[in-house]
Design a protein around this ligand. Structure first.
Ligand SMILES: Nc1ncnc2c1ncn2[C@@H]1O[C@H](COP(=O)(O)OP(=O)(O)OP(=O)(O)O)[C@@H](O)[C@H]1O
Length: 734
């Protein structure tokens, strides 16, 4: 019997629970299936269980199967649907929807809708089920709230049953279109991008022409987000199927496969020292010019000219040895001439091996020597970088508005960096700066027509799909290099939020410009407006910090707080008190203590560690790839937490010194607040930051309060008999 034929929601939950108890150990999954949809026509009932992993025997379909759309589209009960191929073509009306979550082999919760209404059923500790939508006793209510809090899972939630129709539509958008999403913090941008990759890589998704060799790159800005995303993709089974990297690491490894010379990033500290040594004033954001797309245009013109000259040179030398006119068999790309030369040379090498006639062999060897020399000269990428940036007239032509003085300074600046530690015979040393990697890679891409791979980097390849997360922090040049690394501009998913731009040194080119760069008529920018991570009070505060329109939509939760402390001792005490309380409420909570002041991190971590040891609460100091997303406390620097999420955020130095009012701090504060799912607490010694002033303004919170009281508002219930009884006077006492 179909689940939908059961009348009582509690009975349905009991049946699902029985199913889960059998299936969970068998399939080794906490939640054997996540979603349910059923429909019927005059003749038959149909039901589909939708899971992270398909199982034919147990009649569970993969969430990426086309039939799952009937679940995700959030149709109304009774609405007509039609099954399409590969099914028989069948019509029917929707009879029920369900979203299930399992835990330790049991059903933990079930949301159910059918003709009788909706139910939200939760399993209590004693194994019984209650319906939260039905009136319950106060005691029962308390019990369920407790259970819901306690069973909050560790790590990231599984979104398979939760995706909104809007998110599902983006995930399954046609592959002939690139996907660009901008959206508020916590609106599911990263989740949508990763689910889209999973949808694209689904083996049975023949439409995509995707196979096991499909190469996908997911790139983001910082290491901590990389660790977070690596963890998120576990539930999507994408671990071995895609490359996840930061731009920097990806660029270094891409360069290493082709560039054999020494290459090292100069640290910010050493760069400053170097500029001081040469009395060079780097105060006009000169480095920023390197992320300007104009430099890519300059490189294109340059490589084109170089290609022509190189072939002219070869043409001048080769005829004497190339009596068979082999050279005419090889293509001469406008820019990717180095790849053409590599292929030409490989062919000549093959012919040399085959050739038995000594004279003919010698002839071919001369061609090889010629090609080898040309090749070696054409891959001096570091030297060319310096030369390009030193041609101030070229720079001025490609970067509108660049003054002569500034253009000249760019060359001087580059020379200082690239001359550091160089041997006297060499043109350049090993050092480049962080932003040079995109430039070097762009040169490689132009000369090779793709990214090198193979044992000697002799072949080239492009990715089939590219995801750029937190795109607002990438400069134009980095975006260009990435876009040029993918086979087709349609195989691209780009997500970001300009309000979270926390690296001011790079100018974001803007969403419209990205769409233009994608050079594709249909490249439209989609906005995701609904925040899913934080409670409404937290989002309300965050939106006020960046002056964004505040939306009255979201879940209820504790109000954010700001507390003044008199000393470091009091600070530790308040934080400890908060953590103990929170972990008692939600034992799996991961709480993050954030500091602007890097100097204080270690000391605070050590102190919290000794204060919380007695409760066995783990306190970690995390940064970059060392982030661990599990219960306990993480103490870190504000720049590390972008893109991540925690149960609670505590800013431990919310004073005016570290958080003065300017646009960069507003964005940083926005990022910090929106990392919190349930609680936000700010603590300060001395003067509070002006950014959180609204926390103590009653008027500011009024609309939120009203929103929740209105939501819970129940019209007064007047029963005639009750009223009668109330007003009827039976006895009079005189
Ligand atoms: N439809 C949904 N229902 C419930 N939770 C969701 C939904 N979509 C996303 N989430 C959850 O919301 C949180 C934020 O999602 P995600 O990190 O993808 O958002 P984002 O837009 O990339 O955030 P940010 O820009 O702040 O880094 C995650 O915990 C995710 O699991």
């Amino acid at each position: 019997m179909s689940l939908a034929n059961e009348k009582e929601p509690i009975k349905i939950a009991e049946r699902v629970n029985e199913e889960f108890q059998v299936l969970a150990p068998k399939l080794e999954l906490d939640t054997p299936w996540h979603a349910y949809v059923s429909f019927k026509n005059k003749k038959e009932d149909f039901e589909f269980r939708i899971g992270a992993v398909a199982n034919k025997e147990e009649k569970i379909v993969d969430w990426r199967h086309p039939v799952a759309k009937f679940y995700y589209q959030k149709l109304n009960i009774g609405e007509e649907i039609e099954l399409e191929p590969p099914f028989r073509s069948i019509q029917g009306a929707v009879t029920a929807f369900g979203a299930a979550e399992g835990y330790s082999g049991y059903l933990k919760s079930l949301e159910w809708s059918d003709l009788n209404g909706t139910a939200k059923i939760v399993r209590l500790d004693d194994g019984s089920f209650v319906d939260l939508n039905n009136t319950q006793s106060k005691e029962e209510n308390e019990k369920t709230t407790q259970v819901l809090k306690q069973s909050q899972q560790e790590g990231l939630p599984d979104l398979i049953s939760l995706l909104t129709p809007e998110q599902y539509e983006l995930i399954t958008q046609k592959t002939s279109e690139p996907l660009i999403i901008q959206g508020r913090a916590g609106s599911g941008k990263t989740s949508v991008a990763l689910h889209r990759v999973s949808w694209l890589l689904w083996d049975e998704n023949e439409e995509h022409g995707i196979n096991k060799k499909t190469k996908v790159l997911v790139v983001m800005f910082n290491k901590s987000l990389q660790s977070f995303v690596k963890q998120s993709i576990k539930s999507l089974n994408l671990e071995d199927k895609i490359e996840i990297n930061t731009f920097h690491s990806w660029a270094i490894s891409a360069l290493e496969s082709v560039y054999k010379g020494q290459l090292e990033t100069i640290s910010g500290k050493n760069l400053k020292k170097l500029f001081d040594k040469y009395f060079f004033k780097d105060n006009e954001k000169l480095g920023m010019i390197k992320s300007h797309a104009g430099i890519s245009q300059l490189m294109e013109v340059y490589v084109k000219a170089q290609a022509k000259k190189t072939w002219d040179f070869i043409e001048g030398k080769i005829p004497a040895y190339d009596t068979d006119n082999i050279r005419f068999k090889f293509k001469r790309s406008e820019t990717a001439y180095v790849q053409d030369i590599i292929e030409f040379r490989q062919e000549i090498k093959r012919l040399i091996l085959k050739e038995e006639d000594e004279y003919e062999k010698k002839r071919l060897e001369q061609i090889e020597i010629l090609l080898q020399n040309v090749y070696e000269k054409s891959i001096l990428y570091k030297e060319e970088l310096l030369s390009l940036l030193s041609h101030w007239e070229w720079l001025m032509k490609c970067i509108p508005g660049l003054t002569e003085e500034k253009a000249k300074k760019i060359g001087q600046r580059q020379k200082i960096i690239q001359s550091e530690g160089k041997a006297s015979s060499a043109k350049v040393g090993k050092y480049v700066e962080y932003d040079d990697y995109a430039l070097l890679l762009r040169l490689v891409q132009l000369k090779r027509g793709g990214l090198p791979y193979g044992l000697l980097g002799e072949n080239i390849f492009k990715f089939d799909h590219l995801v750029i997360d937190e795109a607002q922090d990438f400069g134009a040049m980095q975006l260009l290099v990435l876009l040029e690394s993918v086979n087709s501009r349609t195989g691209v998913t780009i997500v970001g939020d300009t309000n979270q731009k926390i690296f001011p040194e790079k100018e974001f080119i803007g969403w419209d410009e990205i769409a233009k760069q994608l050079n594709f008529g249909n490249a439209k920018v989609t906005r995701l407006e609904v925040g899913h991570r934080s409670t409404l009070p937290i989002m309300w505060l965050a939106d006020s910090v960046i002056g964004s329109e505040k939306i009255l939509q979201g879940r209820q939760g504790a109000y954010p707080q700001i507390i003044s402390v008199q000393s470091y001792f009091k600070l530790k005490e308040q934080i400890t008190h908060f953590i103990l309380k929170r972990i008692e409420e939600a034992p799996h909570a991961h709480i993050c203590v954030v500091l602007h002041d890097k100097q204080m991190i270690e000391a605070l971590k050590n102190d919290l560690q000794s204060l919380l040891k007695f409760k066995k609460i783990e306190v970690r100091q995390s940064e970059r790839e060392s982030f661990e997303f599990r219960k306990g406390v993480t103490v870190t620097n504000i720049h590390q937490i972008k893109g991540l999420e925690f149960d609670s955020i505590i800013i431990a130095d919310a004073n005016n010194k570290y958080w003065p009012d300017d646009i960069d701090n507003r964005r940083l504060m926005y990022v910090a607040i929106t990392r919190a799912q349930e609680n936000f607490l700010a603590l300060y010694e001395g003067q509070p930051t002006p950014l959180l002033e609204v926390l103590n303004e009653k008027e500011f919170w009024r609309p939120v309060e009203r929103f929740f009281t209105q939501k819970e508002f129940k019209p007064v219930e007047i029963i005639a008999e009750e009223l009668d009884e109330a007003l009827t006077v039976f006895d009079l006492e005189f």
